[in-house]
Design a protein around this ligand. Structure first.
Ligand SMILES: [Zn+2]
Length: 369
């Protein structure tokens, strides 16, 4: 079987961690979380892996890092310099002009070495990388000898704004590495527009590799989403339906970054449409207006979540039915704690978490999901 990468890209708080864990429950797959953040979260900050160890002490990631050094011929500081060079300059260049830059091939070899080290050490043939960053996804497509699927995960802008307006207190054991302040609405909207536009651009540039998944579809009809993914990737992800029924077991998981779901002993589907009742009518109208072209393009304005999930086609699933009840506000299926790190990526420089809040949503760790 050829080596495959399922790269989940899109905006924060779109359900990427849950989708990553679900696809990673396939017997040939490995869920790794957000590889893009290994340098910062692991090498610099030594944050927690989902296994409970700090990343520099985690047996998996420390071995991956050592093997990566052998394969790439680089050390951490050299890679950090390359990362700064290529992730900070993307907006000045057309993608095709990257190859003209000095050291670009060295940088791509470094990326290839990460994936190669993970394939070798895990013994798996499929890596699920939920780094979300579209420019990083573009770089992944340039890794040779690997089949990359660009999975563009889109969540309704109003749901993302609602989620990003929450704040979280630090709780290391729960995977919240630091206090997360609410993000101002205008910053979330800019981030949503730019990240989704860039992902859609990649879809036009690489149509054979691209598949778009709507959070709303995934949460209300996961069987259909898994069937579409299976056809796109030639990997039978319908085997993961059993994990949806029973809850995803942690196994020997070493998930890097992402939300607190990765730290849970068992993960279940938790649809969150609380924004429908949580946002005021005027807020919904303004967000809809500002993001209207893409909401229409993605078919999100026409899409009203079903009262109940579609009948199960395979297996006997007993998943939550859809509800707009406020009780779902505490069952955020797509919370990511990553936006502070992303804020330091120039792509999302406007995403820097601020103190303004559209609503008071000071949330403790128990409400993170
Ligand atoms: Zn670990």
């Amino acid at each position: 079987m050829s080596k495959k990468i399922i790269y989940i890209m899109g905006n924060s708080r779109s359900g990427s961690t849950f989708l990553d864990l679900l696809l990673g429950s396939h017997p040939d797959a490995l869920s790794i979380g957000e590889l893009f953040k290994l340098a910062k979260s692991g090498w610099q900050n030594n944050e927690l892996c989902s296994c409970g160890s700090h990343l520099q002490q985690c047996s998996f990631w420390s071995t991956v890092s050592e093997r990566w050094k052998e394969l790439s011929g680089l050390d951490e500081s050299q890679y950090m310099a390359l990362k700064d060079q290529f992730y900070r300059s993307w907006y000045l260049l057309k993608p095709s002009e990257f190859s003209k830059k000095k050291d670009f091939q060295t940088f791509i070899k470094a990326k290839q070495s990460f994936y190669q080290a993970i394939f070798e050490i895990s013994g798996k043939n499929i890596i699920v990388d939920s780094s979300k960053n579209p420019i990083d996804a573009y770089f992944a497509t340039l890794v040779p000898d690997t089949e990359v699927t660009l999975l563009h995960l889109v969540r309704d802008s109003r749901g993302v704004v609602w989620s990003m307006s929450k704040s979280f207190e630090q709780n290391l054991k729960k995977g919240v590495q630091r206090e997360i302040k609410a993000t101002p609405v205008q910053q979330t909207i800019k981030s949503w527009l730019v990240s989704n536009l860039f992902c859609s651009y990649l879809g036009q540039a690489y149509p054979q590799s691209y598949i778009r998944v709507l959070y709303e579809d995934f949460m209300t009809n996961p069987e259909q989403t898994l069937n579409r993914l299976s056809k796109k990737t030639n990997i039978d992800f319908t085997t993961c339906l059993a994990d949806l029924e029973q809850g995803i077991e942690p196994g020997q998981r070493h998930v890097l970054a992402g939300n607190r779901l990765r730290m849970d002993s068992k993960v279940s589907l938790s649809p969150d449409f609380a924004w429908k009742e949580g946002l005021a009518g005027q807020q919904k109208a303004v967000i809809s207006l500002l993001t209207l072209p893409l909401l229409v393009h993605y078919g999100l304005l026409r899409r009203e979540p079903r009262a109940k999930r579609q009948p199960v086609q395979k297996g006997k699933l007993n998943l939550p039915t859809f509800s707009t009840n406020r009780s779902l506000a505490n069952h955020e299926g797509s919370v990511s704690v990553s936006h502070l790190e992303i804020a330091q990526n120039p792509i999302f420089e406007f995403q820097d978490a601020g103190s303004a809040q559209t609503r008071s949503q000071k949330t403790d760790e128990s409400k993170l999901n």
